[in-house]
Ligand binder design. Structure first.
Ligand SMILES: N=C(N)NCCCC(=O)O
Ligand SMILES: [Zn+2]
Ligand SMILES: [Zn+2]
Length: 335
């Protein structure tokens, strides 16, 4: 009888495959993936963070075009570099981040598209990866939250947006870009002890919008609050409220002032600067960020890639937060 060969106890974890080296291959060459990272299939289908596009904008109430957002962010992200000094981390060395391509959602049937997005997100989360989704309009936050809550239970939510997106219906439709967080609340996907909007501003349909939103448990840090109180105080307060709950971050690029992000479908004056948004995100270090989306980038209204550049840096900060946390969980250093 032969002795079976013992299974190796500790598979050495392969070094993450990072971006294409822009000192050897010009950064404008070749097809665009997020930050010039490998595609998911190039790393054996396994990643710690999967960046996925959702080219879908059938849920918008005003200007369409966010279906082109993901690819515009990928194009603008060619200029990102591998070391993030603001977080003192090399996100793509700390963990495997890969571009998982696009989810092909039906543009003519919102209900079906919502199911498709959830199924695709379930598959990615079940593989052990966290999601960094590039939208697409804000409708997609609902299936993404369904998927995340299926894995983690009700999640804390930080929602950066000019808008509340807790309205009930538009033209009788329940799934739109103005309604995802009301549906998420109704479905019990949110840990209502830690749900906040940040950057809210602009006209509403009536005061009852705010009353209903408050009844769902949302806190609001308005755009003017950020200006008056400053980013450090705001980030500290948010971090304290979130604690160690699993956190989902949803960023509608229209949280930025149209001067910083004109390429979006429902712009509102008086928004955050890109500097403020990036700094608040950096202040969330240490939170258990399980997944995030970045939506509403509509390139047809953009100029000089301003919006897409702001979005690419926003996604970079979010993936850095995730990578740092993954590395810390494995006992790694700051990188
Ligand atoms: N989620 C975004 N971007 N916009 C929601 C605006 C809904 C409305 O037109 O009232
Ligand atoms: Zn919005
Ligand atoms: Zn929104």
């Amino acid at each position: 009888m032969s002795t079976p060969t013992p299974e190796p106890q500790h598979q050495p974890s392969p070094e993450p495959r990072g971006p294409v080296d822009s000192s050897r291959i010009p950064r404008y060459a070749g097809p665009a993936t997020f930050a010039r990272l490998p595609r998911l299939d190039e790393v054996g289908g396994r990643a710690d963070v999967a960046v996925v596009g959702v080219p879908f904008d059938t849920g918008v109430s005003y200007r369409p075009g966010a279906r082109f957002g993901g690819n515009a962010i990928r194009e603008a992200s060619r200029l990102l570099r591998p070391y993030n000094p603001a977080q003192d981390a090399s996100p793509f060395a700390l963990a495997q981040v890969a571009d998982a391509g696009d989810i092909a959602a039906n543009p003519f049937n919102i209900d079906e598209a919502v199911e498709t997005v959830q199924e695709a997100a379930d598959g990615i989360l079940d593989s052990g990866a966290r999601l960094m989704t590039l939208g697409g309009d804000h409708t997609i936050a609902l299936p993404l939250l369904r998927s995340v809550a299926r894995k983690h239970g009700p999640v804390a939510l930080l929602h950066f947006d000019a808008h509340l997106d807790t309205w009930d219906t538009y033209f009788g439709a329940a799934y739109t870009h103005g309604t995802p967080f009301r549906r998420a609340f109704e479905e019990g996907l949110l840990d209502t002890s830690a749900v906040s909007h940040v950057g809210t501003r602009g006209p509403l349909y009536g005061k009852k919008d705010l009353d209903e939103d408050a009844r769902m448990g949302f806190g609001i840090v308005t755009s003017a609050d950020v200006m008056r109180r400053g980013v450090d105080e705001v980030a500290d307060q948010l971090r304290q409220r979130i604690g160690n709950r699993p956190l989902y971050v949803s960023i509608d690029i229209d949280v930025l002032d149209p001067a910083h992000a004109p390429g979006t479908g429902t712009p509102e004056a008086g928004g955050l600067t890109s500097r403020e948004l990036l700094e608040i995100l950096r202040g969330l270090a240490g939170c258990h960020l399980v997944s995030a989306d970045l939506v509403e980038v509509a390139p047809p209204y953009d100029h000089a890639e301003m919006t897409a550049v702001a979005a690419s840096h926003t996604a970079y900060e979010l993936t850095t937060l995730m990578s740092r946390q993954i590395a810390e969980g494995r006992g790694g250093g700051a990188g």
